[in-house]
Design a protein around this ligand. Sequence first.
Ligand code: ZN
Ligand code: ZN
Ligand code: FE
Length: 763
Amino acid sequence: MPPDGDLTGRKLIKVAGIVQGVGFRPFVYNLACGLNLSGHVFNHSAGVDIEVEGAQEALARFERDLTRMAPPLAHIISVTSAVIPAKGSKSFTIVESQSAGPKSALIAPDSDVCGDCLRELFDPSDRRHRYPFINCTNCGPRFTIVTAIPYDRPNTTMDSFVMCADCRAEYGNPADRRFHAQPIACPVCGPKVALLDSSFNPAPDTDAIRGAARLLSDGAILAIKGIGGYHLACDAQNEEALLKLRARKRRDEKPFAVMTPDIATLRLFADVSDSEAAILQSRQHPITLVKKLLPSALGSCAPSNRYLGAMLPYSPLHHLLFDDRPYNALVMTSANLSDEPIVYTEEEAKEKLAGIADYFLVHDRPIHNKADDSIEKVMSHGSVVIRRSRGYTPVPIQLDREYPPTLAVGAELKNAFCLIKGDKAYLSAHMGDLKYESALESFRFGVERLMEILDIAKPTAVAYDMHPNYLSTVFAEEFPCERKIAVQHHHAHLVSLMAERHKTDPAIGVVFDGTGYGLDGTIWGGEFLVGDPGGFERHGTITPLPLIGGDAAIKEPYRIALGVLFGMYGEGLPPLPIEWLENMEPNRLTLLRQAYDRRINTFYSHGVGRLFDAVSALIGVRPKASFEGQSAMELEMAVANGYHGNYPFVIGGDGTPAKLDFTPTFARIVEDMKRGESVPVIAARFHETVAQGALAMVGMISGKTGLKDVFLSGGVFQNTVLSDRLGTLLETDGFAVFRHGRVPPNDGGVALGQAVIAARTLI
Ligand code: ZN
Ligand code: ZN
Ligand code: FE
């Protein structure tokens, strides 16, 4: 053993971050043994502690390689090291978990199956050949199967499976790549798949997965239990099956996500850039929006949509379903009715999917934390997460300091909530639209579960949106906690981005959004704020547009366009080349006119989403939408390539707030329409106008305040054309531009901003 003298020593090294359940202890073990160091490593609820003893040179090398060579799923936040007295230990050991003390250890997100496991999966001589639950310390399910921390087998849904002798040997062997892989399993001891018919009785096939693949290629609809919930699947090139699925799921036009076996196959259907391919193949394996090749061979997967939501197989089961290539692409859409939350238990599947799926491919490894597939879109500044779920949760956002435990309940439509514990903010998985009873229920349940997993008995404060009717607000009002903190919607958007980018200094926020409750009780949504987590001022907004029929105008944007035309022309409309207007019954036109004139169920919205809706309707792209945001989205997709100039706009008002007025824009759009200008060119000019308008407004605010940092947040920045163009314009003018990446720009990110704003008032 090491000779005496100062050539040897012992060190205590504490590692914090995602270091449990990712093969960190075996990695440490192998690193220490390889350097001839003795000591031990153990998991505890706050991270991993290591004591190493041996030659100084080896100790230095150990510390360097500890972070440099850490396993792929590890996410190290901090490493501290101290010299301690030598103990003369003889070997290096892994000590069992200690479960006492505060629970703050982080849990890894779910990961796609790794290359090593894939090779074994298709190796006929391997004992896990074609075993759909193959995993190792570098891959497999994590957060979705965790029931408590620290992350150890008894705290996962694998608890009920007793390891066989072979698995136990691998699990206990430090040289094995499954050493302490908590979800370890094999065909002898682990979970099993089963193919069931529509009434949940076993189907006759002996091989469930081959049977499922055969049914899919024959045009059947299958409910398939995955990592975070069920998918509804069918052959994406079988139009009949697609139409059947749409009808049964009551989903007329909303796009279905598609899974192809690999990038090469996806390229038969879509134009996939290198950065998109990288996202598709990342650990998270999100749904990635890629440009469809036209005419599309995937008929009604994503009708009237230039993009296709695509993903690659991420679980071993997916890979097996594509073995032998019975089809080129599968629809893999979250199993739910309409927009309800994803189904994730067998009971729910039986109850809710009975009328939709012809067969069920199920398994007996329970999902504890459900998670939809995450959705991403690549823009010029990087990839933007639009729906944050599987693969990302529960990776926390690092905050500037420690805060008292805070719960933020988020908005309503694309709800996600957030919990702050210590110096980290945990943004939940996508919960969906809380107006659905089932979504509200899973939100309540999700809050409870995450508090339990993070060991927060009671938050010090609960933050909520100022909108009095949001169901999240109602939940916050009833939540047993003394401090309730209301946060303005767009302030929360701005601060969600500041938190993501680790900024706290005052800056200009351009928050372009659909709908948000303003301080004055009106609907805001195109806001130019100056603020920080401590507060904000509203320096500018866009001139509000009339929504005839109130909320009905969100799905029928022609009502907004009509209101704009009424405003433009006063009494009586001249003949205009607008199809829906020409076809409108005179009685209906009179009725809408009266509603507008007398302000019956007609209110005004500052939302930029509504501005895009109005233009989309006006030029005939999408006068009526089948889901929120569809009109605006299709307007973006209509944009012609290249530069086509812009329309006029006006900045008015006395500056408190200043008003960015697009009335002259509408007048010129109508002129262009009369001249027979093409829709793509008008759409391009309109996008350029909004970007130029925002640039002018930011320039004005910067002139007054001297601020040069600009944050772009709000759901409208899912629009790549606008985000890219405004970013370029601002950067050209010398501004530092910050945009979203891993935190959604839409309401899925609002809870993070709420939490940070509220937590700051507690210190
Ligand atoms: Zn693996
Ligand atoms: Zn086994
Ligand atoms: Fe919003």
